[in-house]
Design a protein. Structure first.
Length: 329
């Protein structure tokens, strides 16, 4: 890994992130200047705008980082953080707490329900995919994740039908489409702490991910235990993704597009790819949130719609371009 490339990539993305955060703070239904002395605007900035912008950056960074790990772990550029059904499980968990009105007792029960639903989904997938020889089969993991995602999606659809009340239905749609309208400083601090701890742990395994890209047999010859590595990384990705989804709902394509594009730019070395993916995801989601808040102001679009509108065509373009060049995924 060339040092100048690392410094340049990290420097450029850091500057872009700073600019995106500044833009996100300034724009909105109420434009706010950084030198605005109006006490009402300062209150909006401190209690609404700033935590939302920071949460967008943290969620985007977490999803892109987890996507880079999953693509390296499964050696598949189509992998993303939701591959094992985390998003569907989290959405179903949040939907259950809303439908049962459990949140009237404690405001934080919906994110807790979402977190537990995401963890439960991965735990079931992990159990199903584990063979009697205590091995994890990649194909079984992926297929189990797809099947369980469909099951939890059906549960969510039933709860959406069961909710009845328009207010409950709107809240359920928030978790399905994703949004940052409920951002609070508590969410920012919680996700920041999780991202710092899990992110640092993932960076420690960057060399192991590089070795795994050569194949499990080669990785074993280099002194790496692939099965143990897979378990550790799946646990870390599950924890970080579940926390991110718990505070933002299901926001698609960030964990799929960002690592894929940056791998084409900076190369496959995970020692650089992981941190630049986190920065790139933070930049993308911060900008998408600014668009979601302003394009139909004072109304607000779910941010998942913006990421899908940007991500799906771009990803199809990449697939088409690779096919024209005769590349294989």
């Amino acid at each position: 890994m060339k040092r100048w490339k690392s410094v340049l990539a990290l420097g450029v993305l850091s500057l872009l992130l700073a600019g995106a955060i500044a833009l996100g703070i300034a724009v909105g239904a109420v434009p706010i200047s950084p030198f605005d002395a109006d006490p009402r605007h300062r209150l909006i900035l401190e209690q609404i705008r700033l935590p939302r912008v920071l949460l967008a950056a943290l969620v985007g960074g977490a999803l892109a980082l987890c996507g880079a790990v999953m693509q390296g772990l499964f050696r598949n550029p189509l992998a993303d953080p939701y591959l094992l059904g985390i998003a569907s499980g989290a959405t179903a968990g949040a939907a259950l707490t809303i439908a049962l009105h459990l949140d009237i007792y404690y405001w934080g029960v919906v994110p807790v329900g979402a977190f537990l639903g995401g963890v439960l989904a991965v735990a079931i997938v992990y159990r199903v995919a584990q063979t009697r020889w205590a091995r994890l089969d990649n194909y079984a993991l992926i297929l189990s994740g797809v099947a369980l995602a469909a099951l939890f999606s059906a549960v969510t659809s039933f709860l959406l039908f069961y909710a009845g009340a328009a207010h409950d239905a709107r809240r359920l749609i928030f978790w399905i489409l994703g949004g940052l309208g409920g951002a609070q400083w508590f969410y920012v601090v919680g996700l920041l702490g999780t991202l710092l701890v899990v992110g640092a742990a993932l960076l420690l395994f960057a060399r192991d991910l590089n070795a795994l890209a050569l194949g499990e047999e080669m990785a074993a010859h280099l002194g790496i235990e692939p099965r143990h590595l897979r378990k550790v990384l799946l646990f870390a990705v599950t924890l970080l993704t579940a926390v991110a989804v718990a505070v933002s709902g299901t926001i698609g394509f960030v964990g799929l597009i960002v690592p894929h594009v940056l791998r084409l730019i900076v190369g496959p070395d995970h020692r650089l790819l992981l941190p630049v993916s986190a920065l790139g995801g933070a930049v993308l989601l911060t900008l998408c949130d600014a668009v979601a808040r302003t394009v139909l102001a004072p109304a607000e679009l779910p941010i998942g719609i913006i990421t899908a509108l940007l991500g799906a065509p771009f990803f199809l373009f990449l697939l088409r371009r690779r096919a024209q060049l005769g590349a294989t995924l």
